[in-house]
Write a protein that binds this ligand. Sequence first.
Ligand SMILES: *Cc1c(COP(=O)(O)O)cnc(C)c1O
Length: 466
Amino acid sequence: MKLVFEKGYAGRRLELVAPLDVPEEKLDRAFLREKGPRLPQMSETEISRHYTELAGRTHGVNDGFYPLGSCTMKYNPKVNERAAALPGFTGIHPLQPEGTCRGALEVLQLAEQYLCEITGMDAMTFEPAAGAHGEFTGLLLIKAWHVRRGDTRRTKIIVPDSAHGTNPASAAMCGYEVVSIPSQADGCVDLEKLKAAVGEDTAGLMLTNPNTVGLFDKNILEITRIVHEAGGLCYYDGANLNAVMGIARPGDMGFDVVHLNLHKTFSTPHGGGGPGSGPVGCKEFLAPFLPGQGTEESIGRVKMFYGNFLVVVKALAYILTLGKEGIPEAAANAVLNANYMKAKLSDVYEMAYPGPCMHEFVMTLEGLKKKAGVSAMDIAKSMLDYGIHPPTMYFPLIVHEALMVEPTETEPKETLDQAVEALHEIYRKALENPEALHGAPYKTPIGRPDEVKAARKPVLRYHWEE
Ligand SMILES: *Cc1c(COP(=O)(O)O)cnc(C)c1O
């Protein structure tokens, strides 16, 4: 397919801007370009076809199954987009008088109330623009609380190795020393290792739960007790609340701070770098430290105004549509779908952790690689030929040749069955003709790009031939 710059003909154009109907203002020459920009010259039909063709070359939740673990690529009701597009929400300015935007303030207040109820927290900020930004904000709350009490010896944050990669990164960004503790063979936190790691220098613990191998830590109450007894606070990475929302609450498990990813669990589509929202909830004693409180203790702003407000509108629309019964039902279906696929695949695929999982599960292709030389990468690439987006690959790092599958609650049984069938067929091919899999995918517009070069030396500009 040609690039848009390689298309078009001199003089062909499309007039979308209405003729000038106000007096023309002449700009100072200093601000003018010497030559006009070189833009492709095309008709509306040509442009429309160009972008439609481009769209056909990608894969989104509207195209097919998208079981990308730890990302929750689910179908988000389009009606929530409508709610966020209402002119009363899109046309307001963050500095306009409060009396003129009561509805928007009510959205923030209601969303805070419901999300606090879902997480078991007392107060929340919507400023953080994404999950990792929320982690950073939450850790600043923990830090501010220790410092306020004059306890400056607490310089370490404990992070189990089953945490999401952003956890240690956020702790380091906050100036903390990261103490990594290994998981047990069953994927849960090793309590003895945790006891040995806590002390007077522990500022807190960050726990991803369900963790990156899709398991709910069965010792969660014991974990928060150990950290609290040592004088630390407990942070809950709730980015993947899909499995537990409306069923179990971080606040009841002993956590002091939690962040959510509204752009995973609460109905904002993501994946194109679009606006996200990582609200941070906390217990009462930390509330004065929240951003934008106007209190002396506040950590200050982490983003202008009210954060990505329209994402909050979608989250509220989602919560109100599903209601008190629908939210736990969605969570239960997410867990059911993951366990259904896990059970169906267990006959040939090796699971990294046996037994029931939460909303996602991790397979290890280490055995197949040894046996047939077929890697997790080969399997993932082959799935593209079946119209399925590959699962998350080579993550979490604690599992070798990992494929991490998250079907989500919005997929029907038929889709799961088709995916299982495809994976079984790919497995057979891997044993019969491993060579063929090294070349997959065969049916996509692009086969295997050089991923390192694409990431390190991206071509982001078109260079015109003069
Ligand atoms: C996605 C994710 C994050 C990071 O969220 P971003 O919005 O990408 O910054 C953190 N923790 C977990 C468990 C996640 O799945």
